[in-house]
Design a protein around this ligand. Structure first.
Ligand SMILES: [Zn+2]
Length: 244
């Protein structure tokens, strides 16, 4: 993560503007009547600050031909190990955005993910529809997942990817306050609605660039079917694969 002059702007917000911001942004779903013009200004400001501070990431640096594969909604007792076998076979590292409830069920899969050099991220505790929850409930769910994942890698807070990719005001504020990167993606495999063969066909039409963050899922076997075809092709095209 690059920290230059932009680092200062975040520090300024944290030290000066943040208390007012966090109070006004405490419940983004609260009745509009209570809001002032300032709250929407703060919202725009906080999103802009998070983006410029590189705290909201849709891709990584473009300087190397590296792809950042990411897998949401695991760990799964069958599909995740199958995917890990495939990644190992192609010397590829990736990031797994885990659901806390699944971590509690399959801790041995999480240990294997980390032991094989991949990274993990927080994808919430129960994958709720976050925008429908009050801010405090959103943050409680995220914190619970952090607590569940902490023993595995010792991190106080993990990288965070919102369920359904829906970043809310509360999440942006949390990201700023805790300097926790909020990771989205810029290439969607759409493996949640396609077959493995269709994902291959789709991804063959997407022009990939170094630094792309590619979204897959490991709660079904689709990604492994598609990646068995795609990984060797991408490797031949000169890409390597790193964990976030
Ligand atoms: Zn998800």
């Amino acid at each position: 993560m690059h920290e230059g002059s932009l680092h200062c702007s975040v520090n300024d917000i944290l030290s000066e503007g943040f208390p007012a911001l966090s109070i006004r942004m405490a419940d983004p779903t609260a009745k509009r009547a209570r809001h002032t013009k300032n709250s929407s200004m703060h919202w725009i400001w906080s999103v802009a600050a998070a983006l410029t501070a590189n705290l909201v990431r849709t891709h990584m640096t473009r300087r190397a031909p590296t792809l950042y594969l990411s897998f949401d909604d695991g760990p799964h007792p069958e599909h995740t190990p199958r995917l890990l076998d495939l990644l190992r076979q192609h010397d590829a590292k990736a990031c797994f955005f885990l659901i806390g409830d699944q971590v509690l069920l399959y801790p041995e899969v999480v240990r294997r993910i980390l032991a094989e050099g991949h990274s993990i991220g927080n994808h919430s505790m129960r994958h709720p529809r976050m925008p429908k929850l009050p801010a405090h409930a959103q943050l409680a769910d995220i914190a619970e997942a952090d607590a569940v994942m902490r023993p595995f890698n010792g991190r106080e807070r993990q990288l965070f990817r919102p369920p359904n990719g829906r970043a809310t005001a509360a999440m942006i504020v949390d990201s700023l306050r805790n300097r926790r990167p909020l990771v989205l993606w810029n290439v969607d495999s759409r493996d949640f609605e396609l077959t493995g063969a269709q994902v291959v066909e789709r991804m063959e039409r997407v022009p990939l660039r170094g630094g792309d963050i590619v979204l897959f899922h490991d709660d079904t076997g689709t990604s492994a079917v598609a990646l068995a075809e795609l990984l060797p092709r991408w490797r031949n095209a000169g890409f390597s694969f790193a964990a976030l």
